[in-house]
Design a protein around this ligand. Structure first.
Ligand code: GDP
Ligand code: CA
Length: 322
């Protein structure tokens, strides 16, 4: 049986995984999920990326939106607002609240985030093994300009930057607070060392895959696994397909092009890279950087189109030397 490890953020990772499962139904897929987006709200621990993967693969996702529950209502949020309790900019629905209550209750009782994720997945049956990148607290913060503060800048939580500010101000730096001392969650390093292939889905290279790679030991384990590592570009036609990845790429000094993202990961990590057909011109630059590259359609318009992307990624993995 083929063992596949995927480093996933939220929407891009989750949608890709749905295609991958459909392409190789018999494969054993382990997902290492980003937890740098996690936030504490109303006393609850919210893990947006883990939940997006779990809901998407488990059939509970709000399809058009790409995150949160389908058939959602917002009574709790309205009641909180009536008390003047925010933040009002983070959309937590009633059904979603239940997930965060269960998670927070279990953590308060002494369970690890890995244990909790497994328990939540017992309900959702995502068909993959979903592991948080770490059980330790890691929170991505973004350094932004703030003319009103003494230093001229301030740090905000990633969710405040992304959801409240819609990345409308430039990011000076992206800092995964706590990553330095975080340990990979149980099972993560073993899954990597036992994998036949490792995939980077079209997830955000900075605040999703980048955060996972910031956990000490992760990057080394992947590089030393001795198996093909293949990624798919989230940048198509010099812009993110969805969202504001260009803003956080700029913060780390990387251009928003499919080739620049591949070079950012580098040939020490990546063996193969898929770019969209509109970026066929960039194949040469990627190959010159020592990464095997091919241009194929990369728009996840439906499960079949996404499964075709997954098959291309696995085919490329079959061609490259780790
Ligand atoms: P997030 O945590 O919800 O932001 O999700 P991810 O980090 O997993 O993925 C976000 C990235 O997915 C964005 O940078 C998008 O450009 C990318 N993305 C979304 N849909 C598509 C698609 O259909 N094709 C490709 N190639 N990338 C996509
Ligand atoms: Ca995310």
């Amino acid at each position: 049986m083929q063992r596949i490890v995927v480093l996933a953020g939220g929407i891009g990772g989750a949608r890709f995984l749905r295609g991958l499962k459909s392409a190789v139904p018999d494969a054993e897929i382990t997902v290492i999920g980003n937890t740098g987006d996690d936030i504490h709200l109303f006393g609850l621990k919210v893990c947006p990326d883990l939940d997006t993967v779990m809901y998407t693969l488990g059939g509970g996702i709000h399809e058009e939106q790409g995150w949160g529950r389908k058939d959602e209502s917002f009574a709790v949020k309205e009641e909180l607002a009536a008390y003047g309790v925010g933040p009002e900019w983070f959309g937590l629905g009633d059904r979603d609240f239940a997930t965060h209550i269960v998670r927070t209750q279990m953590i308060a009782a002494g369970y690890s985030l890995s244990d909790v994720t497994e328990a939540l997945c017992a309900r959702w049956q995502p068909g993959v093994r979903l592991l948080p990148m770490t059980d330790d607290r890691v929170e991505t913060h973004v350094l932004i300009d703030d003319p009103d503060s003494k230093e001229g800048r301030r740090a905000v939580h990633f969710q405040e930057y992304w959801v409240r500010l819609r990345a409308s101000v430039d990011a000076q730096a992206v800092v995964p607070v706590g990553a330095d001392s975080a340990k990979p969650a149980p099972g993560v390093l073993d899954a990597i060392s036992e994998a036949d292939v490792i995939l980077f889905p079209p997830s955000n290279p900075v605040v999703s895959v980048g955060t996972i790679l910031a956990v000490p030991g992760m990057r080394e384990a992947i590089a030393e696994a001795g198996v093909p590592v293949v990624g798919l570009s989230p940048i198509v036609g010099d812009a993110p397909v969805r969202g504001m990845a260009d803003k956080v790429l700029a913060a780390v000094g990387v251009e928003s092009t499919a080739a620049a993202v591949a070079q950012h990961y580098g040939s020490g990590l990546l063996d193969g890279w898929l770019v969209d057909t509109v970026d066929a011109d960039s194949v040469r630059a990627v190959e010159e950087a020592g990464i095997r590259c091919r241009a194929v359609p990369l728009m996840m318009t439906g499960t079949e189109a996404t499964a075709a992307m997954a098959r291309e990624a696995l085919a490329l993995a079959g061609e490259v030397q780790a």
